[in-house]
Design a binder for this molecule. Structure first.
Ligand code: ADP
Ligand code: MG
Length: 702
């Protein structure tokens, strides 16, 4: 049960003044929490941290304020000069002065009543904004802030700037965040006193207040003590929750899974290729885990196309041979179907019965699958989140494989665990995650790595091309289609933004349709499941040759004879994503290429990203570069979104705190495994604050 103390932070954000359902929807786009299906809560706003700040501390006096500078002025209002009636093109002017000179405050389309109230004649007022000199006269057009001298404290001299989305104004967002910070209750300290002193950490509430109301621009940077305190809180919450899960999961000891190896050998000989050395090693590691009486918790890491699925299949076959059932969970329906398509024919040759379960199976098909899982006639099931549902019961689930883990939370890992008697678990991830991130996301799991690509793979030629040369590209693609090649063409998701008019997948499809006719297909996230399948099938079977897609194909899609990958607005994608996308080609024996179409002018970081893509195909090198570039983006004040899986912590700024958090978590749980003591109780609050409450549920009540 959540302590009622935290209730104010768990109400929906619409409970805040100035936040209606429309604004709430916009705010949901900027909160860093992974909301899933839930609505944003007040507490989510706490962790919307500034991108940068506007420094308004410069108070030079009117005459000394430089053109273009952001200044704050203490002025006395002299007179208002509204525009002549009926002439809207003339601005409303308010004249004011200080000891050094006179200034005109200029407002277009002004509301007179508002201005009269904000700046009564004869009153002392503080204004802040950008200086503009017109014909030698000082001017400020639409000051950012206006406050009566008596209320000058409300004017932020160091103003945090938050990530924004179209339609959401800074003022509205700031006001909402301010209210959220104001709702944080008084809570006991969960951090160790000596540790806090050593790091000069402020208390949680003070840290939030400092980051959101910085006194100096440094306060709002990730390496300020305030931000570091919050990052440490987040790391500790994560490490404590992982440790709780792990303790629980290990306690339910697994059952040794052994068999004669006959089915596995049958499958192996049905493969049209032989395993790579690292596939063999990984398989051996997994089989030995399965045979051991302890429960397996293993991570299988391998770059895109390194062949994780077949390793998983062989391991699942082994589990079935040992008398149990196995489940493979994928993050999307497309992927689940594709896994089934790979697995089913092979599995059937070895006499294994397979089925699929996603949100789409309904009626009789679904009933039959559920029955088959319950009575054990289905050996291997492939599915999505649907596998977690109440109605799904297994006869004897002994092995669960989770593909592309970063899309699932601890919560879901536990849910599948509950479906069996402590099933062994294999988590597969395509991104070559740097070591530090493995620790944060997975805790201390055993790791197997696929380091080689299957034999016969050709290198992918990567080129960059400005969007102006689109026609040229289309011509070349037309030639490629004539030769029978298959082409992916990726368009970014469309954000409704005025400034950045991106070509959406649908628009691009429409513009290329006249060129390619029946040979072009389209797949995007908003299509119905059956439509998506049909588009993928047509492409796979070669009816269509050009597939326009959004990033729905990012993860795991396998069309081995696709040879060209075009990524439009490549400058908008992160390195990891570009790498994932490029990995969709180069899977067969024919040479492949990747065309990164970009829109000029390129920023420094984007330029670097594209050149990294040209220089290397090595996923680990790219992952390291990605972390570095995130760090640089930060220095340039164009910070990218944070470290995946975290709201506050930025691995490049806070990595040093991570190991400390892990050790701290271990120590805490050795001393107080059920979080019953004083610090333990406080730590429970922390877990709730960072959305790790599923771990609290593992604790004994009381
Ligand atoms: P991942 O899931 O790691 O991205 P997949 O399991 O989808 O990779 O495998 C990519 C492709 O490589 C598939 O078409 C698969 O059949 C093929 N493949 C897997 N292992 C080998 C191998 N040892 N030799 C040749 N091809 C392989
Ligand atoms: Mg895969």
């Amino acid at each position: 049960m959540r302590p009622s103390l935290l209730d104010p932070l768990f109400s929906p954000i619409t409970a805040l003044a100035g936040v209606g359902s429309k604004v709430a929807a916009l705010i949901e786009r900027v909160v860093p929490a992974d909301l899933g299906d839930r609505d944003a809560r007040v507490g989510d706003l706490l962790f919307v941290l500034p991108n940068t700040v506007i420094d308004r501390r410069n108070r030079p006096g009117i005459a000394y304020a430089a053109e273009g500078a952001i200044v704050t002025l203490d002025v006395r209002i002299d007179r208002h000069q509204p525009p002549p009636r009926g002439n809207k093109s003339v601005p409303y002017r308010v004249y004011a002065h200080d000891d050094t000179g006179e200034i005109a405050l200029t407002f277009f389309h002004a509301h007179a009543s508002y201005l009269e109230k904000a700046m009564p004649e004869g009153e002392q007022v503080v204004v802040s904004g950008r200086m503009e000199w017109f014909n030698g006269r000082p001017n400020m057009v639409h000051p950012d802030h206006i406050a009566l001298a008596s209320e000058a404290g409300s004017l932020p001299l160091v103003e945090p700037v938050y990530p924004l989305t179209a339609g959401l104004s800074t003022k509205v967002l700031r006001r909402a965040i301010g209210q959220a910070v104001g709702r944080v209750p008084t809570m006991p300290e969960w951090q160790d006193g000596a540790f806090m002193r050593r790091h000069t950490f402020p208390a949680f509430t003070a840290a939030l207040d400092r980051v959101h109301n910085p006194e100096s621009p440094l306060d709002a940077l990730p390496d300020s003590v305030a931000w570091r305190r919050l990052a440490y809180d987040e790391f500790l919450a994560g490490q404590v929750s992982l440790a709780l899960v792990r303790a629980r999961v290990r306690k339910l000891s697994g059952q040794p899974l052994t068999g004669s190896g006959a089915i596995l050998e049958q499958l192996r000989s049905a493969l049209p290729y032989s395993l790579t050395g690292s596939q063999e090693t990984a398989l051996a590691e997994i089989l030995s885990d399965l045979a051991a009486p302890e429960r397996m918790l293993r991570l299988l890491q391998g770059d895109v196309g390194s062949g994780k699925t077949v390793v998983a299949l062989l391991a699942m076959a082994h589990a079935v041979e040992a008398g149990g059932q196995a489940a493979l969970m994928a993050p999307t329906e497309i992927l689940a179907r594709q896994h089934l398509a790979t697995i089913q024919p092979l599995a059937e040759k070895a006499g294994l019965r397979t089925a699929i379960l996603t949100g789409r199976e309904k009626g009789r098909e679904r009933t039959e699958t559920l029955a088959g899982l319950a009575d054990g006639t289905i050996d291997i099931v492939v599915g999505t989140h649907a596998l977690f549902q109440e109605a799904v019961a297994f006869k004897n689930l002994v092995f669960a494989v989770i593909d592309e883990q970063h899309r699932f939370g601890v919560h879901q890992r536990l849910a599948i665990t509950a479906k069996g008697d402590a099933p062994d678990m294999l988590v597969m991830t395509a991104t070559p995650i740097p070591r530090t991130l493995v620790l944060t996301a997975f805790g201390d799991m055993d790791v197997s790595k696929l380091t080689e690509k299957p034999a016969g793979r050709q290198p992918i030629r990567t080129v960059t091309l400005p969007l102006e040369r689109l026609d040229e590209l289309v011509g070349r693609i037309r030639d490629a289609v004539a030769e029978g090649q298959k082409i992916y063409w990726i368009c970014p998701l469309v954000e409704e933004s005025e400034e950045i008019k991106l070509m959406s997948a649908e628009d691009r499809f429409a513009s290329l349709k006249p060129v390619f006719g029946e040979r072009i297909g389209l797949v995007h996230g908003r299509m119905k499941g059956a439509e998506k399948d049909e588009a993928m099938r047509a492409f796979k079977e070669g009816e269509t040759r050009v597939l326009i897609a959004t990033t729905v194909i990012e993860v795991g899609v396998d069309v081995p004879d696709a040879t060209i990958m075009v990524i439009e607005h490549a400058e908008r994608f992160g390195l990891a994503q570009l790498h994932q996308l490029r990995g969709r080609v180069g899977r067969g024996s024919k040479p492949s290429s990747c065309v990164l179409l970009y829109k000029d002018p390129l920023g420094e970081t984007a330029k670097r990203r594209l050149s990294v893509m040209r220089e290397t195909e090595d996923g680990f090198v790219i992952a390291e570069e990605d972390l570095k570039l995130r760090g640089e983006g930060e220095l340039l004040g164009t910070r990218q979104s944070g470290t995946p899986g975290f709201q506050v912590a930025r691995i490049e700024a806070h990595a040093d705190l991570l190991e400390a958090a892990r050790d701290d978590a271990r120590l805490i749980l050795t001393r107080d495994p059920e979080l019953q003591g004083e610090r333990g109780q406080a730590l429970r609050l922390l877990l709730y604050l960072f959305g790790r409450d599923e771990a609290v549920r593992l604790l004994r009540a009381g």
